[in-house]
Design a protein around this ligand. Structure first.
Ligand code: NAD
Ligand code: DAU
Length: 349
């Protein structure tokens, strides 16, 4: 039986991972530690909070005393570290929280695990969930990011994640800690906070608001359904080689404008209105330092661990749009006063 400390389990990917783990590994104990920032939402975990093997702890990954006590009291054997400030635009307007949570928070967890686990490391694992943004930006015809691509982060968010990846690596080489790192591409799916492109476009379309596309809309991202990401993390946690990093991606590159058009046509079909949703598309000021293209070479996790994505993008987008249509109460509650304030600051009146 594993005793998992999942950090950030009330956010988008963490929520999906907690659901995945409780369903697939009911014998394991799950401690979900989350500070419930604007991005954390306990509503996501309704039902799960009744499971005997699940415990939610409201707390900060930078709180050393709390983390050490959790390791001690719960006998944590596995850490899956999601907690982070995750939005690039917010890192441009306010980088400090990114440095604190993403770097200092990761250090606090690593150090607490090192002290708690001592030399008894055989059955322990520390899995650090990271991003493809650490690798920087690709030209149109450049080969995809592999695990050996040098880091070249371009936003405060990406730089903070790169720093945390380096710390994780250092704890392996210096202390022999049983760490694993995953670097994943853009996720989409249920429970994603509406500041991110796909839920933002779905919700603005439903409310007949402008669909803001940065710059010329030709920036490219590789998209993966969050369930496929969760299965990938599960595989790495069970079978990954300690000290290794694994890229996870969908082999699924899309220009932003094409995704926005795909969502519009999906909604035209699923929730027809008076005019095509694409009429709402509005090109706005570009993101400073906007990375042109991300692409992931996921060959290592595919060949070594037998993982591959199960969703096609078309199926995944339909399922995701349907989820937001069915869960209007969930996102309406999020788009409250504080979210409106952020939206005004980011996009103007
Ligand atoms: P999110 O912003 O939706 O959720 C982050 C969660 O962390 C929230 O529940 C928040 O309350 C919590 N949190 C923030 N600061 C905390 C702190 N100091 N202590 C404890 N909890 C704290 O993020 P997400 O999109 O679910 O991303 C999760 C992880 O996956 C991040 O590490 C991110 O870098 C990584 N990642 C995300 C994507 C993506 O496309 N979203 C892709 C690759 C990697
Ligand atoms: O690549 C993995 C990363 O993907 C994760 O590490 C981050 O946590 C996650 O937020 C995501 O980062 P992006 O910046 O790629 O995601 P976002 O949804 O913010 O933007 C996707 C693309 O869409 C990007 O090129 C910017 C563009 N965009 C975004 C918003 C919010 C727009 O054109 N308009 C928008 O309003």
């Amino acid at each position: 039986m594993k005793k998992l400390l999942i950090t950030g389990g009330a956010g988008f990917i963490g929520t999906n991972f907690v659901h995945h783990w409780v369903q697939n590994h009911p014998e394991d104990r799950v401690i979900n530690l989350d500070a419930l920032t604007y991005a954390g939402n306990l509503e996501n975990l309704q039902g799960i909070d009744k499971s005997a093997n699940y415990r939610f702890v409201h707390g900060d990954v930078c709180d050393q005393d709390l983390i050490r006590k959790l390791f001690h009291d719960e006998g944590i054997t596995h850490v899956v570290h999601f907690a982070a400030e995750s939005h690039v635009d917010r890192s441009i307007t306010g980088p400090e929280a990114f440095i604190t949570t993403n770097i200092h928070g990761t250090f606090t967890l690593l150090e607490s695990a090192r002290r708690a686990w001592g030399d008894d490391l055989e059955a322990c694992r520390f899995l650090h969930v990271s991003t493809d943004e650490v690798y920087g930006s690709l030209m149109a015809d450049a080969p995809a990011f592999s695990e050996t691509t040098p880091f070249a982060p371009n936003s405060p968010y990406a730089a903070s994640k790169a720093s945390s990846d380096h710390l994780v690596r250092a704890y392996f080489h210096t202390y022999g800690m049983p760490v694993l790192t995953t670097n994943c591409s853009n996720n989409y799916g249920p429970y994603q906070f509406p500041e991110k492109l796909i839920p933002l476009v779905v919700m603005n379309s439903l409310e007949e608001k402008p669909l803001p596309v940065y710059g010329d809309g030709l920036n490219i991202r590789d998209w993966l359904h969050v369930d496929d990401h969760c299965r990938g993390i599960d595989r790495v946690l069970h079978a990954g080689r300690v000290g290794e990093t694994y890229n996870i991606g969908g082999c699924n590159e899309w220009a932003n404008i094409d995704i926005v058009r795909l969502i519009c046509s999906t909604l035209d079909e699923m929730r027809p209105g008076d005019r095509p949703k694409s009429e709402l598309i509005t090109f706005v000021r570009d993101r400073p330092g906007h990375d042109q293209r991300y692409a992931i070479d996921a060959n290592k996790i595919m060949t070594e661990l037998g993982w591959s994505p199960e969703y096609t993008f078309e199926t995944g987008i339909r399922q995701t749009v349907a989820w937001y249509l069915d869960n209007e109460a969930w996102w309406s509650r999020i788009r409250d006063g504080s979210y409106k304030e952020y939206y005004k600051q980011q996009y103007g009146a």
